[in-house]
Design a protein around this ligand. Structure first.
Ligand SMILES: [Zn+2]
Length: 80
């Protein structure tokens, strides 16, 4: 009825990718404020730096995604 099923395929695939982004929270290693991170579950290991929204210091973030989809987040100060 006017809907081409073939066109829905890519849309659903994109939606599936978005589901790999998981929100997680951890504490700033400088000021202890809770910070929320988006973890990309499709990348096994990620390292990046994000400035704390509260104290503006650079937080070194390392994320490990396990095979079962769980992830571990480590945060460090720039001096560690
Ligand atoms: Zn902070």
């Amino acid at each position: 009825m006017g809907v081409d099923a073939n066109r829905l395929g890519p849309i659903l695939a994109d939606y599936g990718c978005m589901n790999l982004l998981q929100e997680t929270s951890t504490g700033c290693p400088y000021c202890g404020e809770t910070i929320t991170l988006l973890v990309d579950g499709s990348v096994e290991e990620q390292q990046y730096i994000e400035d704390c929204e509260v104290c503006c210091r650079p937080i070194h973030i390392r994320v490990n995604v396990q095979e079962n989809g769980d992830h571990q987040v480590e945060v460090r100060t720039e001096n560690d």
